[in-house]
Design a protein around this ligand. Structure first.
Ligand code: TYM
Length: 342
């Protein structure tokens, strides 16, 4: 199958489970806006059905979904140009996910490192939904015949599984129906690390709030977290190669590069040889400059949740208009009797 047969279409999703952070911004949101601005069709989803694979307090989930929508818009996504919606409003996601539950193999799911990490030692007690999570993710993407999916590094394995599901479906039914989606994992910050430990990913679930910069942090909090970020005692090296064995220094340089839209080599040309007492204030200024306006805009948008809900309902209608015929054709290929638009 040639991928050229499919119109380029970008899809990605983020879980509304609170604490949207700098890793989500640099690894995902900022790049979502870049894709939108390249003029290709873009769909971005608040994946509330993925969030409930672990317990969510209903009031918190409702708040987090709206806050995530505000974060999308404040990061440069325009509801007129991108389709912004929450997953549970478009039933086709779960309908196609069931089909993919029947395509994917137990062994494939058992290999998912994210499941192993999240389920921990007590896998018998994890929800069935947590195990099936990647099949729903494949459905999110393939319900739109999306060709490109911008994500951070940690989603790579899930996207490989999405490709495997598409390939198996196409083979099983002898069709070229689902595209073999390309993961788009690009830029200096596809894996932003914790500010407290360069070996750990920046994450919403880290108990230490000092480990991450939240998109809701104000200028003072952002500057303080960077000032206190863990580093080593050496000044920055003069070349990127010198960062290899220095995870904390490398992380701060990567963050700087991604925020400034520069390459790591350009940052090294500017800041190589500087001690952290000079580099950290440079980074803090840049981060405040880029992140604080997002936080201010999110608070402003959150004052009108009716408007946010309206944007999500409108996005869901537009999303459904694409996904419904694709689901109907999927059912038809599989031999389900019913009305269809062929
Ligand atoms: P989630 O909600 O955990 O994260 C959302 C996005 O942020 C990226 N990200 C990071 N990037 C760089 N450094 C980090 N420290 C960091 N932490 C998170 C993630 O890679 C992701 O791009 N399963 C997905 C949500 C999802 C999805 C989809 C994504 C559901 N359906 C379909 C793409 C397409 C997840 O849990 O992301």
């Amino acid at each position: 199958m040639t991928e050229a047969a499919f119109t380029p279409r970008v899809f990605s999703g983020i879980q509304p489970s609170g604490n949207l952070h700098l890793g989500n911004y640099l690894g995902a949101l900022k790049r979502f806006a870049e894709a939108q601005n390249q003029g290709v069709q873009t769909l971005y989803c608040m994946v509330d059905l993925h969030a409930i694979t672990v317990w969510q307090e209903p009031a918190d989930l409702r708040h987090a979904t709206r806050e995530l929508a505000a974060g999308f818009i404040a990061s440069g996504l325009d509801p007129a140009r991108s389709i912004l919606f929450n997953q549970s409003q478009v039933a086709e996601h779960t309908q196609l996910a069931w089909v993919f539950n029947c395509v994917a193999r137990m062994g494939w799911m058992q290999r998912m490192t994210q499941f192993k990490d999240k389920a921990g030692k007590n896998a018998q007690n994890a929800s069935l939904g947590l195990f099936a999570y990647p099949a729903l993710m494949a459905a999110d993407i393939l319900a739109y015949h999306a060709t490109h999916v911008p994500v951070g590094e940690d989603q790579k394995q899930h996207l490989e599984l999405t490709r495997d599901i598409a390939i198996k479906f196409n083979n099983d039914f002898g069709v070229d129906f689902f595209p073999i989606t390309e993961p788009v994992i690009e830029g200096a910050a596809t894996r932003v690390m914790s500010l407290r430990d360069g070996a750990k990913k920046m994450s919403k679930s880290d108990p230490s709030d000092m480990s991450r910069i939240n998109l809701t942090d104000d200028a003072d909090a952002i500057a303080k977290k960077i000032r206190k970020a863990k580093t080593d005692p050496e000044p920055l090296p003069s070349e990127a190669k010198g960062l290899e064995e220095r995870p904390e220094a490398r992380n701060l340089v990567n963050i700087y590069a991604a925020l400034a839209d520069k390459s790591v080599d350009q940052v090294m040309a500017e800041a190589g040889g500087k001690p952290f007492s000079e580099f950290k204030p440079m980074l803090a200024d840049l981060a405040v400059d880029k992140i604080a306006p997002i936080s201010t805009e999110m608070s402003r948008l959150m004052q009108d949740v009716t408007e946010i809900d309206r944007i999500l309902a409108n996005g869901a209608d537009r999303a459904r208009a694409i996904a419904a015929p694709i689901l109907r054709q999927t059912y038809d290929i599989m031999g389900m009797v019913g009305p269809r638009e062929l």
